[in-house]
Design a protein around this ligand. Structure first.
Ligand SMILES: O=C([O-])CC(=O)C(=O)O
Ligand SMILES: [Mg+2]
Length: 228
C-alpha cells in the first residue's frame, strides 16, 4: 500500500460472464468449492434475504471516519461490491440509508463493512444488500484521508481490488480474481454431487456423502451395540 492517502480509480475486474455464473451459487457452496477459504468472520447480513456477487472496490478508512467510503462510492461501477475496512477496529455506523440511496442510484451491487451500519430499518425497507460486523447509531466524521482500492482486511479475509465478493444469508466471502474460474467449476461439480445425494435422500436412503456410513464409523473406532 502506498503510504500516502490515495484513490486508485481503475482496477481489473473478473470476466463479467464469470461473475454472472458465480452469482448462481450460494456462499456455502462457493466456500466449500474454494477449499474453505475467504469467509469473512463475524460479518453478518443486515437485510436477510438479499444477496450480492460482484468485483470488490475497497475502501480503507480511519475508525470513526467515513470520508474514504464516500470516495470509494464515486469510483464504483455498476455491479461492483463496496468493501469497507478501518485501520483500527470500529463498530461505528459508517453506512446508512443515505449512502445506500446513492449506491443504489449508481447500480452498486451491495456493501460489506468490517464496521457498523445504521438506519437498519430503512435499509431493510429498501432491501439493500449490506453485510456488517455491527449495527450502531454512532455516527462518523468525514475528516481523515485514507485509501481507495488498496488491499484491505475484512472479517479477517484479505480482499484485493477486483477480487470477487459473494454474500447471502449464510455470510460474506471473497475469492481472489485469479481463482474465480476454478471455484465456479468446483461449485458446479459440487452441486451435481449434491443433487445426486438429494435424490438418494428423498428416496429414503440413509447416508449422506459417505456411501457407507457404518463402515466409516467403525473404522473411526465407533462401536455399534444393541443396548447396554
Ligand atoms: O451519513 C452517514 O454517515 C451514514 C448514514 O447515516 C447514512 O448514510 O444515512
Ligand atoms: Mg442516515
Amino acid at each position: 500500500m502506498s503510504s500516502s492517502p490515495t484513490v486508485v480509480r481503475r482496477i481489473t475486474r473478473p470476466d463479467p460472464e464469470l461473475v454472472k455464473t458465480a452469482a448462481q451459487y450460494g456462499v456455502a457452496t462457493l466456500h466449500e468449492a474454494n477449499r474453505r477459504r475467504g469467509l469473512m468472520l463475524d460479518i453478518h447480513p443486515v437485510v436477510p434475504g438479499t444477496r450480492m456477487c460482484g468485483p470488490a472496490v475497497t475502501s480503507l478508512n480511519h475508525a470513526g471516519d467515513n470520508l474514504m467510503l464516500h470516495a470509494a462510492v464515486e469510483v464504483c461501477e455498476p455491479g461492483d461490491v463496496l468493501v469497507v475496512a478501518t485501520l483500527s477496529p470500529s463498530t461505528h455506523g459508517m453506512f446508512g440509508e443515505l449512502l445506500a440511496t446513492q449506491c443504489r442510484a449508481q447500480g452498486i451491487a451491495g456493501v460489506v463493512l468490517d464496521a457498523g451500519v445504521r438506519d437498519k430499518r430503512d435499509l431493510q425497507e429498501m432491501s439493500f444488500p449490506v453485510w456488517s460486523r455491527a449495527v450502531s447509531a454512532a455516527g462518523t466524521v468525514k475528516a481523515t484521508p485514507g485509501w481507495v482500492n488498496v488491499p484491505v482486511v475484512c472479517g479477517s479475509a484479505t480482499v484485493q481490488p477486483g477480487d470477487l465478493v459473494i454474500a447471502d444469508d449464510d455470510g460474506a466471502m471473497v475469492i481472489p480474481r485469479s481463482e474465480v474460474a476454478a471455484a465456479v467449476e468446483a461449485a458446479r461439480l459440487r452441486e451435481e454431487r449434491e443433487a445426486a445425494n438429494r435424490a438418494r435422500l428423498q428416496a429414503g436412503e440413509l447416508s449422506l456423502d459417505v456411501n457407507n456410513l457404518r463402515p466409516l464409523l467403525e473404522r473411526l473406532g465407533v462401536t455399534y451395540t444393541d443396548g447396554c
